[in-house]
Design a protein around this ligand. Structure first.
Ligand SMILES: Cc1cc2nc3c(=O)[nH]c(=O)nc-3n(C[C@H](O)[C@H](O)[C@H](O)COP(=O)(O)O)c2cc1C
Length: 173
């Protein structure tokens, strides 16, 4: 069986080289809106999405993520937009809720021709005093935790091919 949605799922790949050119505002809004349509435990819609494009803020989160990773390189691969996802840890499904947002945004991005990559370490980044100060500045409540981020931009590389899917991962009962 095949259709446009299944094809989009199968051809989406993590992109790790981006053009410097910023994405269009309507493209960003489409990806963010898609993220808000992700499922959430008990339909609480609690994850918050922070889209970073401001150069100073970008420099700061790059430094924070690199510090957790222990590297000098940019963990967001110089993507011109990074969407940070937070959710309240007092909800039992906070991690799953935020993860659904990230996956939904990745598929939405690919469907409109944008490259994206899920980036890790936001929990550690926003558990620091510096991270908490940024959350306060952005209006993210204190009980929220960083879950992950989406690097977003125009791909500056060929679209990678999906590796073969591993056998034995589906069990029919
Ligand atoms: C929870 C999670 C964390 C990830 N963290 C990173 C990361 O920090 N940096 C990165 O380059 N890719 C990261 N990825 C992307 C994976 O490496 C990627 O999905 C995997 O290699 C499969 O490639 P594909 O997305 O092209 O299918 C992450 C993916 C997930 C689901």
């Amino acid at each position: 069986m095949n259709n446009e949605v299944l094809q989009n799922i199968k051809t989406r790949r993590s992109i790790r080289k981006y053009k410097a050119e910023q994405i269009k505002e309507d493209e960003l809004q489409a990806v963010l809106e898609a993220g808000t349509y992700a499922p959430s435990g008990r339909g609480m819609q609690s994850p918050l999405l922070v889209a970073v494009q401001d150069k100073a803020a970008m420099k700061q989160i790059v430094k924070m993520n690199a510090a957790v990773m222990g590297t000098d390189s940019n963990p967001y691969y110089d993507a011109p937009t990074v969407v940070l996802v937070f959710a309240p840890e007092d909800r039992t499904t906070w991690l799953e809720d935020g993860s659904c947002v990230l996956d939904t945004m990745m598929l939405a991005a690919h469907s409109i021709g944008l490259g994206s990559c899920w980036i890790h370490r936001e929990r550690e980044m926003f558990d620091t005093e510096e991270g908490k100060a940024l959350m306060k500045q952005w209006g993210v409540p204190e009980n929220y935790k960083g879950i992950g981020a989406l690097a977003l931009g125009y791909r500056d590389c060929p679209l990678p091919e999906a590796p073969e899917r591993k056998d034995g991962r589906i069990v029919m009962v």
